[in-house]
Ligand binder design. Sequence first.
Ligand SMILES: Nc1ncnc2c1ncn2[C@@H]1O[C@H](COP(=O)(O)OP(=O)(O)O)[C@@H](O)[C@H]1O
Ligand SMILES: [Mg+2]
Length: 245
Amino acid sequence: MPMVAVSGKGVIKDYNSFRAVDNIDFEIFKGECYGFLGPNGAGKTSVMRMIHCFMLPTAGEIKVFGLDVTKEPSRIKSRLGVMPQEDNLDVDLSVLENLIVYARYFDIPKKISRPHAMQLLELIGLNDKANVNITKLSGGMKRRLLLARALINNPELLILDEPTVGLDPHSRHLVWESLKKLKSKGMTLILTTHYMEEAQMICDHVAIMDSGKIIVIDTPANLMKIYGGNLEDVYLKLTGRHLES
Ligand SMILES: Nc1ncnc2c1ncn2[C@@H]1O[C@H](COP(=O)(O)OP(=O)(O)O)[C@@H](O)[C@H]1O
Ligand SMILES: [Mg+2]
């Protein structure tokens, strides 16, 4: 039996009277890459934020490494890395400094974080930019740096909210290659995406979402076998809507 890394039962998120996540159940195994798919507004970011203890579920239960997000957020947060949907890098700092300063939140001293940060910059192909100011980076470079920053505390679980949104095909492939390497080392990955090619290539399981609900959970291969066509066709058949919006 595979070990469960993250589970959700009856998870609900309301923003005032608006239900953004509507009673969802999911189970994510250790070492797999799990994707939440759906168009803008489906509720993907809300699910990610509850998993990484940024906000509480309105109802239901989420457990990460067997720990309840409402009871042990600090213990959970120390073991995971988050690549957010939006760029929140510190524009006053260089590429390398961004990583070293972020490491302080995990109480990692500079003599450890500095060499580790250099290794991470190599992983994402930005080692020649270590001393460059953030404002000099392209959009693709910033996304890759956000990925490196998410890895600074050696997380067991990596949460990636639209990791390749807006990236050119070259940068997108670089990110995919990095994610595959991390998965091959045993890291658990949870990502959101509305790029079907991405989900098909790197996800072991996908949860297809629409309007806060999970419509189906399966492997990309099974979904394509059952519904025919590629994942985009599957989505269209299940919801009557196109994904990329
Ligand atoms: N902080 C918030 N306050 C009010 N509504 C929100 C907030 N965050 C998200 N929403 C709404 O909840 C729904 C789901 O949003 P989100 O989780 O960001 O979806 P996705 O990441 O799939 O685009 C959207 O309709 C969005 O407008
Ligand atoms: Mg989102």
